[in-house]
Every structure is written in C-alpha cells, then in structure tokens.
Write a protein of this length. Structure first.
Ligand code: S3P
Length: 193
C-alpha cells in the first residue's frame, strides 16, 4: 500500500548520533526536542534542565548568584556528556556563542546532526514574553514590553546569528510552523541526510 504523503519517517531513518537543536531563546528547542524524541523513539535531554539538576538551582538564579561564566562551564559539561549519546538535545540559546561548545559540536561523534531552529525577532520576542523572568539575558529581572523585548532580541541575535548558521547542518524556518510541524520537518530532513 502506498505511504500517505505526510507519513512520519521510520524511527531508524535518522543518523545514529545525537540530534542537537540550536537556536535563539524562544525558538522552540525544548518542545520540539520532546516531540522529535517521540517520533524517532529516542530520549530527549534539555541542557538547561541538566544544569538545574546538577546544581539544584534554576538557571536565572544561577546567573544571579554565580554569574554567567559559572553557568557556561556547567552547560559545556552537560553538552559534552549529551553528545556521547543518541539523544535529542535541546541546547540553551547561548551554546553556539562559546568557542568551546562550537569545538565540541565540530568534533562530535559521526552521525551527530545539528539543527538550527530559526525565527524572526518578533516571533522570538512574542514567545519569550510568555515565560516572564526565565531569560536573564533578555530582561535582567525587569518587566519588558513586546517592543523592548524585541529590541533586545534583535541586539543579541545580531551577535549570534552567524554562529547559529555556521554550526548547523540543517536550518528550519519556524516562523509559520507549529511545534509538531517543526519536528516533522526535521524528521523529514534527517531521513535524507
Ligand atoms: C540563554 C538561553 C537560555 C538559558 C540561559 C542563557 C542564552 O536557554 O540557557 O538563560 O544565552 O541564550 P533557552 O534558549 O532554552 O531559553
């Protein structure tokens, strides 16, 4: 029988290594990682949550009490461990900004695939504002309106966009897609890698 056009690829139709989701805060990495893990019958790991488990502290609290550098060191450790698995990894938005992390991604085991979830600043700002107080690099603890949030996103994204693009094997434009559609688009592209 012919396969329906929108059938999900078979679970073994993806490269065997970790699938690493990168992208700016609010690009949907955590939600998409969970969905993709279900489609591909693998486990998902969220690096922010891994750091929170290591320390017993929320990311925003870690930034406030120990500073960004301490957070970045833990994040790198979590990335290094996760890359040795075949999990779907939701990275924090700052992972590709660190040279040590870019080196880890470049030297990752064969079959590792890095996917950039790309979105426009307006989309990102709208999504970020749904979780106030969670992103210290956006609001620093203040309450920002949509325009202020978007301005901060634009500023940071200008510094980061080239790193996201350079690290990625696959780029998905997510602005017009719902999260399940993003996961399906990734699964379809992975089946062709
Ligand atoms: C950060 C993104 C956050 C978190 C931390 C720093 C960044 O993760 O790791 O607040 O530098 O972009 P999300 O991308 O999951 O929000």
């Amino acid at each position: 029988m012919a396969k329906p056009a929108n059938a999900m690829p078979l679970p073994n139709a993806a490269p065997p290594g970790a699938i690493v989701l990168i992208g700016f805060m609010g690009s949907g990495k955590s939600s998409v990682a969970r969905l993709l893990a279900r489609y591909l019958n693998r486990e998902a790991i969220d690096l922010d949550k891994a750091v929170e488990q290591m320390t017993g502290s929320a990311v925003a609290h870690l930034f406030a009490t120990q500073g960004e550098a301490a957070f970045r060191a833990l994040e790198t450790q979590a990335l290094q461990d996760a890359l040795q698995t075949s999990r779907i990894i939701a990275t924090g938005g700052g992972v590709p900004t660190q040279a040590s992390n870019r080196a880890l991604l470049q030297q990752a085991p064969p079959g590792t695939c890095v996917v950039y979830l790309k979105a426009q600043p307006r989309t990102l700002a709208t999504r970020i504002r749904r979780q106030p107080g969670k992103r210290p690099l956006i609001d620093g603890g203040a309450i920002l309106n949509l325009e202020q949030t978007q301005a901060r996103v634009e500023q940071l994204l200008a510094e980061r966009a080239a790193h996201y693009e350079a690290c990625a094997h696959i780029v998905i434009d997510t602005d017009r897609l719902r999260m399940p559609e993003v996961a399906q688009a990734i699964a379809a592209q992975l089946a062709r890698v």
